[in-house]
Design a protein around this ligand. Structure first.
Ligand SMILES: NC(=O)c1ccc[n+]([C@@H]2O[C@H](COP(=O)([O-])OP(=O)(O)OC[C@H]3O[C@@H](n4cnc5c(N)ncnc54)[C@H](O)[C@@H]3O)[C@@H](O)[C@H]2O)c1
Length: 437
C-alpha cells in the first residue's frame, strides 16, 4: 500500500462556504456558535465526539478522532453563504423554526452578521422558489466568474487561510448527465453557450473547484457527480464528495437492511412514507425535484441486498418511497416504514418503524463533519472523489464503474480505516486471531 502523505496542520481560520442559507445551514452555523461557547453540545458529530481504536483491543488506545487527526477546531470556523433570499442567518433560522427563539438569541449578533451573497439562480431548476437576491450575468461562464470573485472576496474579508464548501441549497429537478457533462472542454463550451443541461449547483461546484475549494454536495442533484467535474477536480487536485445527506429514513434503511442480510432473512416489500413541512418539503412537492430525491433514496436497498446474488431472498422486492408536504409539521419530519420480511420456510413477518425525527437537527452535524473532513482531506493531498465519506450520503459518489458501499457499518469502518491509514497507524481488520496465539 502506498505510504500516506504527510498531513499539514490546521492552522488559521477555516472558511465554510454554504450555497443555500436555509434550515440546514443555519442550524449548522448556530450549533457551531453555541457549541464553541459551551452553550450546546454537538451531538451527532463524529469529529466532535467519536473516538477511534488504535492497535490491539488490549492496547487501550482510543483517542478522540479530533485529537488523533489534525482537524480545524470549532473556534477556527468562519461562515459564508449564498442565497436568493436576502435574509441574514438569524432571520433565515427564525423562519426555519428549527431552534427555539431563546437558543437562537444567544448567538443573535453573530448570526445576524452573516449576510448571504447573491445567488447564481436560474429558476427553471428549482420551480417552487422565487427570490430576488440573484446575480445577473450574460452567460453561465460569467456566472461562474462572479462566484469565483465572491469566493476570493470572502477569503480576503474573513481572513480565512483555507476554504471548504458544502452545498446546502434546494434540491434541483432531476437531470441525468448529458453530453455537456462529459469533459472539461465540453462543459466550458456549454457555460459560454448557456447550455440548459448546466444547473445552478454545478456553477457553484465549478467555481469552487477552480478556486481550489473542496466541495461536498448535500442534495441529490448531480452538482459535482459528472465526468467533467471529476476531470476538473483531478486537474486542480481538489477533493469532492456527495450526494444527499444521509439523515433520517435512508440512514435507518442502511442500518436495518444490513441486519436482515447478515441474518439471511428475506424481504418482499419496503414501503416508506414521510410527512414534512419545511421549505425543503415544499420544493420536493414539485414532482421534478422529488424525482431527484426518489432516485437517491431508492438506490441504497438494491446495493445493500444484492438481489443478483440472493435472488430467492431479495429478487422480488417492492420498494416505494413517498414524501408528502405537510406544513403543520415544519422541520419535524415523521417517517413510517413498513417492511414485509420472511424467514425460515418462507413464513412472513413485518417490521414497522415510526421515526419522529428533526431533519435539520440530523443534518447539521453532517455538515460540520463534512466541512472538517473535507478540509482534512485537502491538507492530506487527497483529491477527486472521497469515497471514505460515503458514511454521510444517501447516494455516495464512487469512481466510474464501481458500485457504492451503502451499508452504514462498512462505511463507518472505511472512514475510520482511512483516518488510521492517513496517520500511519495499522488498519483494523477485526480478524482477532492474534489474541489466541
Ligand atoms: N435536512 C435533511 O435531513 C436533509 C437530508 C438530505 C438532504 N438535504 C438537502 O439539503 C438541502 C438543504 O435542505 P434545507 O432543509 O436547508 O432546505 P431549505 O429549503 O431550508 O434551504 C435551502 C436554501 O437554498 C436556497 N437556494 C436554492 N437554490 C439556490 C442557489 N442556486 N443558490 C443559493 N441558494 C439557493 C433556498 O433559497 C433556501 O434558502 C436540500 O437540498 C435538501 O434536500 C437535507
Amino acid at each position: 500500500m502506498k505510504r500516506p502523505p504527510q498531513v499539514q496542520t490546521a492552522d488559521g481560520k477555516l472558511g465554510v462556504l454554504l450555497p443555500g442559507l436555509g434550515a440546514v445551514s443555519t442550524t449548522f452555523i448556530a450549533g457551531c456558535l453555541l457549541a464553541r461557547r459551551g452553550l450546546g453540545q454537538p451531538f451527532g458529530s463524529l469529529t466532535q465526539l467519536a473516538t477511534i481504536r488504535l492497535g490491539k483491543r488490549t492496547d487501550n488506545r482510543t483517542p478522540a478522532i479530533k485529537d488523533f487527526v489534525p482537524l480545524a477546531g470549532l473556534d477556527q470556523l468562519v461562515f459564508g453563504a449564498w442565497d436568493l433570499f436576502e435574509d441574514n442567518a438569524y432571520e433565515s433560522a427564525s423562519h426555519a423554526e428549527v431552534l427555539s427563539r431563546e437558543q437562537l438569541d444567544l448567538v443573535k449578533d453573530e448570526m445576524s452578521a452573516i449576510q448571504p451573497m447573491s445567488a447564481a439562480f436560474y429558476p427553471e431548476y428549482v420551480k417552487r422558489l422565487n427570490g430576488t437576491h440573484v446575480k445577473k450575468a450574460k452567460t453561465k461562464a460569467d456566472m461562474v466568474e462572479a462566484l469565483r470573485q465572491d469566493i476570493r472576496n470572502f477569503k480576503q474579508s474573513s481572513g480565512a487561510s483555507r476554504l471548504v464548501a458544502v452545498w446546502c441549497g434546494s434540491t434541483e429537478i432531476y437531470f441525468p448527465a448529458s453530453e455537456v457533462h462529459q469533459s472539461v472542454a465540453k462543459f466550458e463550451k456549454g457555460l459560454l453557450e448557456n447550455d440548459p443541461g448546466i444547473a445552478n449547483s454545478q456553477l457553484y461546484a465549478w467555481a469552487c473547484i477552480k478556486e481550489g475549494v473542496p466541495y461536498a454536495n448535500g442534495a441529490p442533484n448531480l452538482t459535482v457527480d459528472f465526468p467533467a467535474a471529476l476531470e476538473l477536480a483531478r486537474e486542480h487536485k481538489v477533493a469532492v464528495c456527495g450526494k444527499d445527506f444521509k439523515t433520517g429514513q435512508t440512514w435507518m434503511k442502511t442500518v436495518v437492511a444490513p441486519g436482515l442480510k447478515a441474518r439471511m432473512l428475506g424481504l418482499s416489500g419496503w414501503f416508506s412514507t414521510n410527512i414534512l413541512g419545511n421549505r425543503d418539503g415544499e420544493v420536493l412537492d414539485d414532482p421534478d425535484s422529488f424525482k431527484s430525491k426518489e432516485v437517491s433514496k431508492l438506490g441504497a436497498l438494491e446495493y445493500i441486498l444484492q438481489p443478483q446474488l440472493y435472488a430467492d431472498l431479495y429478487g422480488k422486492i417492492f420498494h416505494k418511497v413517498r414524501i408528502e408536504y405537510y406544513p403543520p409539521r415544519g422541520d419535524a419530519k415523521e417517517g413510517w416504514d413498513n417492511l414485509d420480511i420472511f424467514g425460515w420456510l418462507g413464513y412472513p413477518m413485518q417490521i414497522k418503524i415510526n421515526f419522529l425525527c428533526r431533519d435539520s437537527i440530523l443534518a447539521a452535524p453532517i455538515v460540520l463533519d463534512l466541512a472538517l473532513f473535507m478540509d482534512l482531506a485537502q491538507r492530506a493531498k487527497f483529491s477527486g472523489v472521497q469515497e471514505w465519506l460515503s458514511f454521510y450520503f444517501k447516494s455516495p459518489m464512487t469512481a466510474p464503474n464501481l458500485y457504492p458501499e451503502h451499508d452504514l457499518f462498512i462505511q463507518s469502518m472505511k472512514l475510520k480505516n482511512t483516518l488510521r491509514w492517513m496517520m500511519g497507524e495499522e488498519l483494523i481488520t477485526h480478524l482477532g486471531n492474534e489474541y489466541y496465539d
